[in-house]
Unconditional design. Structure first.
Length: 290
């Protein structure tokens, strides 16, 4: 297996100064002191190359997984990766590889994208590089939302060539991760402890942003009414957040796989302990993790 890490550098500008003898001596001393550090970095880099990796990158509402794969010359040899797709948009799958058998120049593989219900969305076979594209619609998300495991599967099979050989390569999968609304509800609270609970379902681990806004129904335009907003997970019998303030109230919460193991149903509870009637709105925005 292989782990690969990448770092992003920050470019800048500088003005070069004329070196003097003192600077030259200092630079030489500095280089001598840094040599052991460079050697350590090289050793760590070599060690990391020999391990399997999943590299995650996020850009423009997409996330990319990159991983190494290897297949034997057996026709039954396959590599598969499952992942959730929780936002509408384009799935892009790219595989590139090289034969590891001596004397073999090219090798054909089969690349398949499978939907959560087991049907094949798209497949292709051929020599490296293979590329698949498939667009996921809002209707697709709704159709697979009730699945116990709403995960898509990418498979690579070594069954396209009669003269098969061992291969190794890299698989990149890019999926949409755009934020979307799980709930957008209006409410009216009379006061004196009147409360309303707004349930919603979290499909997979990710970040929740709960925004609650309201206005008092009073003849005094400057009136400020305090509300209490709570984010509750009934599966754990736990209140994750409780805020009391004037409008608006914002709550953010990262939902983990461990929490979802206890149930995907969550509740926003809004309570009015004042004597003034208020009307407002609750929006729950969800951004999936991968």
């Amino acid at each position: 297996m292989f782990f690969r890490y990448s770092a992003v550098g920050v470019e800048g500008s500088f003005r070069q100064r004329e070196p003097n003898s003192c600077n030259i001596r200092l630079e030489k001393d500095s280089k001598r002191r840094q040599r052991p550090v460079h050697k350590i970095v090289k050793i760590i880099s070599v060690a990391l190359i020999g391990m399997f990796s999943v590299v995650t990158a996020v850009r423009a509402s997409t996330r990319t997984l990159e991983m190494r794969f290897a297949l034997s010359a057996d026709a039954r040899s396959e590599f598969s990766k499952q992942l959730p797709v929780l936002s509408a948009g384009r799935i892009l799958v790219e595989a590139n590889w090289n034969p590891t058998t001596a004397g073999k120049v090219n090798a054909s593989l089969t690349l398949i994208l499978i939907q959560p219900d087991g049907t094949i969305a798209i497949s292709k076979n051929g020599e490296s590089v293979l590329r698949l594209e498939h667009r996921v619609s809002e209707q697709d998300l709704a159709r697979f939302a009730g699945s116990k495991e709403p995960k898509w599967t990418v498979k690579i099979l070594n069954d396209a060539d009669s003269g098969r050989s061992e291969v190794s390569g890299t698989l990149r999968i890019t999926v949409p991760v755009a934020s979307r609304a799980l709930e957008d509800t209006q409410f009216t609270l009379l006061g004196s402890g009147n409360a309303q609970e707004i349930p919603f379902n979290v499909p997979a681990p990710g970040r929740l942003e709960v925004e609650t806004i309201w206005e008092p129904e009073t003849s005094r335009p400057s009136a400020q009414v305090l509300l209490v907003v709570s984010l509750i997970h009934p599966g754990e019998s736990r209140t994750y957040a409780r805020r009391q303030s004037t409008s608006p109230i914002k709550v953010e919460q990262q939902v983990t796989e461990l929490a979802l193991d206890q149930g995907g149903r969550w509740i926003v509870r809004v309570q009015n302990d004042s004597q003034t009637k208020v009307s407002g709105r609750v929006r729950v925005i969800y951004t999936p993790s991968l």
